[in-house]
Design a protein around this ligand. Structure first.
Ligand code: FDA
Length: 471
């Protein structure tokens, strides 16, 4: 739980239900409907705005799927059934337990839950090769507002389309997903290369990276983390970490980097070869000799407060604008924020924007994630950091996607707009954030919602409203 939601004035649920069987979820839905109680479904609890455990709509109960984490991997068919309460780390572990050359393209943080993550898309280190998680979901089990247990066939293709990226807590409770696994080479290569503003012209380097992105081989994923650090001479410096997963060995990676991004100066000694499952440990920033069992750890907790925002970039950001970003980074404490630039392209360019509700496909160069963190939870600190991230976001407007300015629902941001608490949000009102998250897919999501949940029982601050509110 984010600390900013752990206060004496945070609305508390009437009950936290931890179902052991599907019938317990059916009963919770039926009772909640009867008594006019809202439901919040929680899988991994990583929602950026705490929507899986805090509701501004009261009274409410939390259905926590902590006991729904069974995973069955079938190597001959290259598929897996995964219950919604499982964490990504458990999914990766159970696949690797059976095969070191099968994997699943999903997020980096192993404690993220598959219930919320797949409901919003699911992006990770293999997206340039394989796309998003939702591009590899081939069946699901969902309990709908009538308490029916539906699979892909019985729910129909439209609802199956909507639950793969249209946002959680909107169409029902997902119980399990069926995944189509992807093949990975026995050896992959990883690197984290840091450059600071004291030793290198970072503006030039980051500017050049934006042009290299579209030329990268699809086996290569590249992300830049941008932070500030205290240098040894006491100066505050900007530090960029270029982090990559390459689906192949180092001897194949080096010429690709030399051809497409020589300015980074990547050397053989910067790279480490390993299995794909070991790369999950590497990107979790754990020591390389850490036991894979850490991926099964369910006790990790978020003990800070934070706020996130996202953007999509279609044209390289000019150097002068990058300088403007750096200037703003010096305005807040060292290590209280992070920017992430994540390369798109490759397979993402080939999947149509309407194939799932996630629309940010061809034409996107990279995604920006803005994050700010704080520890002391008083209102002054909250305002300081939140105002800072809002001001950076507003500075970025000319340099990112427009009409609509895109955003990623998995990096949920309630600044984009919220539903009316009584569920009566108009289409026009919801399309303000709906178009940012879903582009032209928003209308189809509204139609599906209208067909399956016309009374808007499953809802939260940013869920898609039904057509009855189309005014
Ligand atoms: P949580 O349980 O909080 O659910 C999120 C939303 O989905 C809520 O609205 C909830 O009600 C709903 N929901 C949950 N389970 C449901 C179910 N079974 N049926 C219906 N609705 C359900 N994203 C990404 O794409 N790539 C990444 O690498 C990362 N990395 C990352 C790291 C960290 C530390 C955090 C905090 C977050 C990320 N994310 C991410 C974002 C992440 O994908 C997003 O927050 C997901 O919604 C989290 O899913 P959980 O199940 O953990 O969240």
């Amino acid at each position: 739980m984010l600390f900013r939601y752990n206060t004496s004035i945070t609305p508390k649920p009437l009950a936290i239900i931890t179902p052991l069987k599907k019938s317990h979820i059916q009963a919770a839905i039926s009772c909640s409907k009867k008594h006019g109680i809202q439901i919040r479904v929680r899988s991994g609890g990583h929602d950026y705005e705490g929507l899986s455990y805090v509701s501004s709509i009261v009274p409410y109960v939390v259905i926590d799927l902590v006991n729904f984490r069974n995973i069955t991997v079938d190597v001959p068919t290259k598929t897996a059934w995964v219950e919604a309460g499982a964490q990504l780390g458990e999914v990766y572990y159970r696949i690797a337990e059976k095969s070191r050359t099968l994997a699943f393209p999903a997020g980096v943080c192993h404690t993220v839950g598959v219930g919320g993550h797949f409901s919003g898309g699911g992006s990770g280190m293999m997206m340039r090769k394989h796309g998003l998680s939702v591009d590899h979901i081939i069946d699901a089990q969902l309990i709908d507002v009538k308490g029916r247990i539906l699979d892909r066939k019985s729910m129909g293709e439209d609802l199956f389309w909507a639950i793969r990226g249209g946002g959680g807590n909107t169409f029902g409770v997902v119980i399990a997903w069926k995944l189509s696994l992807v093949k990975v080479p026995a050896t992959v290569s990883v690197f984290n290369v840091t450059r600071t503003s004291l030793e290198q012209n970072l503006t030039k380097l980051v500017h050049r990276w934006q042009y290299a992105v579209s030329k990268f081989h699809e086996d290569l994923f590249s992300r830049i983390f941008i932070e500030t650090v205290n240098s040894t001479n006491g100066e505050i410096a900007i530090r960029t970490t270029f982090t990559s997963l390459f689906l192949g060995d180092v001897d194949r990676l080096l010429p690709i980097m030399q051809e497409t991004f020589p300015e980074l100066g990547l050397m053989k000694q910067d790279c480490v070869e390993m299995s794909w499952i070991e790369s999950v440990i590497f990107f979790a920033e754990l020591p390389l000799n850490t036991s894979l069992d850490v991926l099964l750890d369910k006790t990790l907790e978020i003990t800070i407060s934070g706020k996130g925002k996202s953007d999509y970039v279609n044209e390289p950001i000019p150097g002068i604008a990058l300088e403007g970003i750096w200037k703003r980074l010096y305005q807040v404490d060292v290590q209280s924020f992070q920017l992430q630039f994540s390369s798109y392209g490759g397979r993402m360019n080939e999947i149509s924007e309407s194939s799932t509700p996630f629309p940010h496909r061809a034409g996107t160069l990279f995604q920006i994630q803005y994050l700010v963190f704080w520890v002391e939870d008083d209102i002054r600190t909250f305002e300081l950091y939140v105002n800072w991230i809002r001001s950076l976001y507003s500075y970025m407007a000319p340099y990112v996607s427009k009409n609509p300015r895109g955003a990623y629902i998995n990096y949920r941001d309630l600044d984009l707009g919220v539903n009316n608490p009584n569920g009566s949000t108009s289409y026009k009102q919801a399309s303000v954030w709906g178009a940012k998250y879903f582009g032209r897919n928003f209308d189809k999501l509204v139609q599906v919602k209208t067909a399956v949940d016309p009374d808007n029982f499953f809802r939260n601050e940013q869920s898609v409203p039904p057509i009855s509110s189309w005014v």
